[in-house]
Design a protein around this ligand. Sequence first.
Ligand code: FAD
Length: 414
Amino acid sequence: MKIAVIGGGPSGSVSAALFARDGHEVAIFDEGSRPEIISGESLVPGVIPIFRRLGIEDQIAAISLLKPSVTFIPMGGKKIEFRFSSLPKKFPRYAYNTPRPALDEILEQCARGFGATKISKRAELLSRGDQIELTPPSLDSVPQWNGRQPDFVIDASGRSRVSSKLMNIKAEIGPRRDVSHFAHFHGIHPEFPSGQVIINRLENGWSWRIPLPGKTSFGIVLDRLAASNLGDSPEARLDAVLKNDPLLKAETFEAKRISRVETYANYQLTSTRGVGANWACVGDAFGFVDPMLSPGILLALKSAELLHQRCQFNNLKESLKSYSAEMVTNLNAWRYLIDFFYSGRIFELYDQGLDFQRKFQNLPIGFIDAFMTSNLASMASGFTTASRFAQGILGFAERYMLENRAKTSEYAIA
Ligand SMILES: Cc1cc2nc3c(=O)[nH]c(=O)nc-3n(C[C@H](O)[C@H](O)[C@H](O)COP(=O)(O)OP(=O)(O)OC[C@H]3O[C@@H](n4cnc5c(N)ncnc54)[C@H](O)[C@@H]3O)c2cc1C
């Protein structure tokens, strides 16, 4: 089969690698121009088995910092550390913080190693009914296809969402109206354990500190209106948060920006249809939930694996239907979990757990705490996010442990 992959980000390269490994003729289109910094630097442990299956974990480790845990600072003075060491032993108990352009390069090399061809051009597409075709100039850029259209098109174009735009397919828009600004810094984050990601709750949003080799990625996610009140430019807003947030001010006073500031907005989008007659979306082109908990790269890689597993060219319609249903389940599962963090319920549960331990300190209830922590860690690491059992445990805890707590948490992120 001839397969055109539109986009050479993580979802495109891994899709290309897997289909090329099966012997298909795969061409990856990507303009090749990458911004200086790209979001997707903090990975979750769920990506590790995928790197291992592709045989690239050592290469990823060589460009990354090991990420042992994430600390949430939901309120001044309070720090809650989620350690991956609390994961069940069957899962890898670590992740990586990885500079994005370097990650993309390794994934692209992997795809090329399996025989995919990189076309360093933007793909232009045409629709014929529900079929996607390449325009004649784009088709000419794959001379080995001798003018024959691809049998299958994988839309890995990220937030450009080329197939949805071509087919006029609407996106479901998430509930938050945030904007994110981020950049790389020196002089941030010296006092936390190496590799630990720090999430601070801010007055109207939250911030991340992702340690990378030799630098730190610092980003803010703020309600759009609140962000505009902080300054006219992304640089001014980032500086304002660093200077005015009491905790960040104390911990990042030596911060020196070493990259330009990137901005992302309107990113909570999920296509209402991610597959068609001869095409399927992977990664952000199918849907992106939110930067909270960093599920983006995992979902990008997982969608590529899932498409490869489900796709049967002799039964395309049904097999793509099953792929699409599973993708929707995965995206909804992350939405469910992420909502616990934005609403503050996860921190309320943590407080309740501590109260229980104090109240019943003479009873052997430590195993309940260990079980709940391990369940949450497995979900947030991407191993059991969509498991009905894991969700049931979290839902049960919410219903019975928080029944007497105020409906709106003081930890909620505005
Ligand atoms: C604020 C913010 C912070 C984030 N932080 C994290 C994080 O810490 N960890 C994490 O895992 N995820 C994070 N993400 C999400 C992550 O960045 C994305 O989920 C991930 O990049 C998706 O990969 P992808 O391959 O689907 O798309 P992309 O990485 O966007 O790649 C798409 C590629 O397609 C190319 N393209 C588009 N149109 C065409 C065309 N017509 N022809 C050829 N090429 C085309 C583009 O140039 C691009 O190279 C964050 C997202 C946001 C918004």
